[in-house]
Every structure is written in C-alpha cells, then in structure tokens.
Design a protein around this ligand. Structure first.
Ligand SMILES: C[S@@+](CC[C@H](N)C(=O)[O-])C[C@H]1O[C@@H](n2cnc3c(N)ncnc32)[C@H](O)[C@@H]1O
Length: 185
C-alpha cells in the first residue's frame, strides 16, 4: 500500500502539530484582519444565471473542478456523515440528504456514469459550459480561471466550454504548483 498523504502527530511540537496549525491560522487572521474588505458568502450551485443581475460583476476569479482529478463529493461524504450528526439540526437544509449530492457535480468521473467515460466527459463539458455561460451573463470585464490538469483532453474540454460560453481567451499562464518531493511527480 502506498501512502500519498502521511499524517503527522497532532500532539507533537513540530511542523504539522495542532498547535502549529493554530498558530498559522492566528497569524493569517491577524494579518488579513487589517484589510478593509468585506465579504459576502452565498451558497449556490454554480450555473445559476440569476444569482447576480446581468453584467453586475466586473471580475470573476474562479477555480472550477479539475476534470477527473478529484472526486470532491465522494471525499466530502467522509466528513458529511459526522458533520450531519453534530450540525444536522443547526443547518437542516445543508444536511437534508443521507450523503452529499452527486448528480450536479461538475466533474468527469466515470463511476458516476455507470463506468461510461464518454458520458462522464460530456457531463463535465456541458456542466462547465452552463457555469461559464452564467458567469459570462453576470460579468462585464474579466474572468480568471484556475485549472490544474496535465492532460490535453482536460484542457481541450475546458477551452471548449469557455468558447461555447462566448468568452474569448486572451491569456494563459502555466504555473508549476506541485512540490518537487511529491510522490506523484
Ligand atoms: C478546484 S476546487 C476549488 C477549491 C477552492 N478554490 C478552495 O480553495 O477551497 C472545485 C470546487 O468546485 C466544487 N463544485 C463541483 N461542482 C460544483 C457545482 N456544480 N457548483 C458549485 N461548486 C461545485 C467542488 O466541490 C470543489 O469544492
């Protein structure tokens, strides 16, 4: 068995300990708490054109799912079942289902499509197109999209969805994001 993500002892005093992580959080809150910005959090499935009025936003910065790289909803189930027990009565709408909803997730995971890869791909492309279409409708100037995937197929799908939503691609910046010591490199 290969362990990609080792866990460190939370009770030690070195990097990765609970205390160390709390210190990072405190430093972040102290530093960012000085910024004169306010935020508004809205929970919604992307793709809803009526979330904001037409061309209301001047800029959107988004980080959509990475094709088939991560099964977000499946991973969330691990936490969902425990959170449901503790917070289910506080946020009944968020915990209405036995597990996290999967059908509207914007991913290309074939196990959500009876093992059919083509169906998974077309679900991703259509869902992403719907999301970009809504973004285009609500944004007047710039859309910045972060996308992390190594396959040309995933990038082609992303570009198809962008162009399908009548947006123009005006720039692309490749970035190395993985640590050189990562096991998957
Ligand atoms: C690449 S991750 C973004 C992570 C985020 N930037 C962060 O730092 O936490 C993509 C996110 O899109 C969410 N997602 C997938 N399908 C979605 C949908 N239809 N509507 C809204 N969010 C969705 C996934 O659950 C995941 O949290």
């Amino acid at each position: 068995m290969v362990f990609d993500y080792p866990e460190s002892n939370p009770f030690c005093n070195s990097s990765g300990s609970a205390l160390n992580q709390l210190e990072w959080l405190t430093r972040y809150v102290e530093s960012e708490g000085e910024q004169p910005f306010s935020t508004e959090l809205r929970n919604a499935s992307s793709g809803e054109k009526s979330q904001f009025p037409e061309k209301y936003l001047s800029c959107v910065v988004t980080d959509p799912p990475y094709y088939d790289a991560i099964a977000y909803a499946d991973l969330s189930d691990f936490f969902y079942v425990w959170l449901k027990r503790t917070l289910g009565e506080v946020f009944p709408l968020n915990f209405a289902t036995p597990q996290t909803p999967k059908t509207q997730e914007c991913t290309a995971l074939k196990h959500h499509h009876d093992g059919n890869l083509e169906s998974a791909k077309s679900h991703f492309e259509n869902k992403l197109l719907q999301i970009f279409d809504a973004i285009e409708h609500q944004t007047s100037d710039i859309v910045s999209i972060m996308f992390a995937h190594q396959s040309t197929e995933a990038w082609t799908t992303l570009c198809n969805s962008i162009l399908g939503a009548r947006m123009n691609i005006t720039g692309s910046w490749a970035t190395d994001t993985e640590m050189t010591g990562a096991l998957k490199n």
